[in-house]
Design a protein around this ligand. Structure first.
Ligand code: SAM
Length: 315
């Protein structure tokens, strides 16, 4: 059932880090990070509706999102300075060609598990500072925004993901939020209404968007004065590769507030890469900073988990 809604996964470059076959959680590392993807903040374009050009929307769980297979297949035309028309597809974006792709172009199954968990358990976002870490489509952050989080920051490894997927998704959910005549509960996405919407995009002023590798991203945020910390960190399908556990753990430990919580959604195991719940929990336990608690186990198909991380008491 999910599959019909999920964006089709495609290998976008030969140097992609992952081979994406979602349902079986088979991930094949094709190369390790040879250099770190430098972190940067993405500015929100002045005319935000432009980010919706050439997009086709889908809806699930009351959330709108761009259909990535359409984004990938539509060839937009750009003029060069010499006036030549050149083709430009999403896979021609420089960070996908020359770098590593970490999987953010599609929506992974555990995102919907965590969305449902947050809704079913009425997790409170009001006035909280929230990070959607390894956000991809950014739907977890959108849920937090709709729950009236004070700020939501989105981070993905790839800048193309932020520009082509995350930002459009926040814009489209923002517009639908601001237009009561087109309820978000509708099963029909309505791009026309959204593009016509003259409203200030209500959710956007509360958002910031970042791309880059986790250690670099953490450094960037820590260089702000005062350094940024979050009440809630939401993260889905980000523990597939044990090589990144150290950077991930460091990011969580630097960026989580004193009383903060991490909600992490993951498949039990990622074949091909070797990461998974047991290995990550062991890694966390050995560092003696956080404790983990299993909040939910989903048994359909390959087991999936919702895990909470909180600080160990400092006694
Ligand atoms: N959370 C999204 C979902 O559930 O649909 C995307 C999951 S995707 C499999 C993994 C995400 O983790 C990527 O989008 C990437 O941004 C992030 N990621 C993985 N390794 C990373 C690293 N070393 N540094 C920064 N981001 C990383």
């Amino acid at each position: 059932e999910h599959q019909e809604f999920l964006c089709t996964s495609k290998q976008t470059t030969e140097s992609s880090a992952l081979e994406l076959v979602d349902t079986k959680a088979t991930l094949t590392p094709l190369e390790t990070h040879t250099c770190c993807n430098v972190a940067k903040e993405h500015s929100v374009p002045e005319n935000v509706n432009r980010v919706l050009e050439n997009k086709v929307l889908e809806v699930q769980h009351g959330l709108q999102f761009v259909n990535i297979s359409v984004v990938e297949s539509i060839t937009s035309t750009d003029k060069t300075e010499a006036g030549d028309i050149v083709s430009k597809t999403i896979s021609s974006h420089s960070d996908l060609i020359s770098g590593v792709y970490e999987g953010g172009l599609k929506i992974w199954e555990c995102t919907f598990d965590l969305v449902k968990f947050l809704e079913d358990n009425c997790v409170k976002f009001v006035d909280k500072s929230v990070l959607d870490l390894g956000c991809g489509a950014g739907l977890l952050g959108v849920v937090a925004l709709k729950g009236k989080a004070r700020t939501v920051h989105f981070q993905d490894y790839n800048s193309t993901v932020i520009d082509e997927i995350t930002l459009p998704n926040v814009v489209v959910n923002s517009s639908m939020e601001a237009a009561p005549e087109s309820p978000t509960e509708s099963s029909e996405p309505d791009l026309k209404k959204c593009k016509k919407s003259k409203t200030v995009h209500g959710l956007l002023p509360r958002c910031r968007f970042f791309s880059g590798e986790w250690s670099q991203f953490t450094q960037l945020l820590q260089s702000e004065n005062p350094p940024i910390k979050y009440d809630l960190i939401l993260t889905s399908e980000t523990i597939y590769n044990p090589d990144y556990y150290s950077a991930l753990h460091n990011t969580l430990s630097k960026l989580l507030n004193e009383n903060g919580l991490v909600f992490l959604a993951s498949k039990v195991h990622y074949f091909g890469v070797g990461g998974g719940v047991a290995l990550f929990e062991k890694f966390v336990e050995e560092r003696k900073m956080f404790k983990t608690r299993t909040l939910k186990v989903i048994e359909e198909g390959l087991q999936r988990f919702i895990i909470e991380m909180s600080w160990q008491s400092k006694c």
